[in-house]
Write a protein that binds this ligand. Structure first.
Ligand code: ASP
Ligand code: MG
Length: 273
């Protein structure tokens, strides 16, 4: 029996049908004996919709108010997913970041997590609940709502996996793993079974949007095994790890640049040329 933290992104919870499909997937893990903590994003397009609402009132909203607004997106999905789980007899409880007490600093719209209280989550897990936590949000020391920056649900998932000492943090998304290059552009792109944290951070800086870069850095720092998988089709996905595994040349994609990693080169002056 393992403890898994699974994160489902906006596309994976983009409609109520998809939310119900995700609930079924989660129930399978629960039924096989795993404890699961779920982190969800807002339904796809919702965060942008909220941003444009605020934009139609002011170009310069107070960060505090923007965070109150933006954090509603994830609050919708946690409630709907918990309802869908309960409906299929998979007891579940939803939590906003503040209800868990995911404490952050006060840097509105780009807050950093400083502490997570795991007590309620652990009690619920012990009582057999699937716990569904809102990604991307927290509260500061004064109880103000905060958000972690775009793509921040990944960071919530990794942080929860770290504090709960989960076996794995699984990021379910609309791609089935991390590719050698952009599969939409290059036909020969291959899904990698494993990739290192360093390579992942490099790829993110080259424009790969698979994971929020902060989430990868956080996972590397706390040595959280992180896996990217598809919500829509079964498969092993890509494990992101510090173990270099089978080393090989890897290439990431950017419209103007390519990067290759050549390994096993002897450390001799001028060998790089
Ligand atoms: N909903 C937020 C965003 O769209 C956070 C996330 O999805 O990770 O950026
Ligand atoms: Mg994302």
């Amino acid at each position: 029996m393992a403890l898994l933290v699974q994160k489902y992104g906006g596309t994976s919870v983009g409609t109520t049908e998809r939310i119900e499909a995700v609930a079924k997937k989660i129930k399978k893990f629960k039924d096989s004996g795993d404890d699961v903590v779920i982190v969800v994003s807002a339904m796809s397009g919702e965060t942008n919709r909220l941003l444009s609402l605020s934009g139609s009132i002011t170009e310069e909203p107070a960060g505090r108010e923007l965070d109150v607004l933006l954090s509603t997106g994830e609050q919708v999905t946690i409630a709907l997913l918990s309802m869908a789980l309960n409906k299929i007899s998979c007891p579940s409880k939803s939590y906003t970041g503040g209800q868990v007490r995911i404490q952050t600093d006060s840097a509105h719209t780009k807050a950093r997590i400083v502490d997570i209280d795991t007590q309620k989550l652990q009690l619920d897990l012990a009582s057999g609940f699937v716990v569904v936590v809102a990604g991307f949000q927290g509260v500061d020391i004064d109880g103000n709502l905060t958000t972690l920056g775009r793509g921040g649900s990944d960071t919530t998932a990794v942080a929860l996996a770290a504090v709960l000492e989960a076996e794995e943090c699984q990021i379910y998304t609309d791609v089935d793993g991390v590719y050698t290059t952009d599969p939409r552009v290059v036909d020969s792109a291959r899904r990698m079974d494993e990739v290192t944290f360093e390579e992942m951070i490099e790829m993110a800086s080259l424009g790969s949007k698979v994971l929020q870069i902060r989430a990868v850095e956080f996972a590397a720092k706390y040595n959280v095994p992180l896996r990217v998988l598809s919500s829509f089709k079964d498969g092993p996905g890509t494990l992101i790890t510090i173990d270099r595994g089978n080393e090989m040349e890897r290439v990431a994609f950017n419209r103007d640049e390519a990067k290759s990693t050549v390994v096993g080169v002897p450390d001799i002056p001028e060998i790089a040329s």
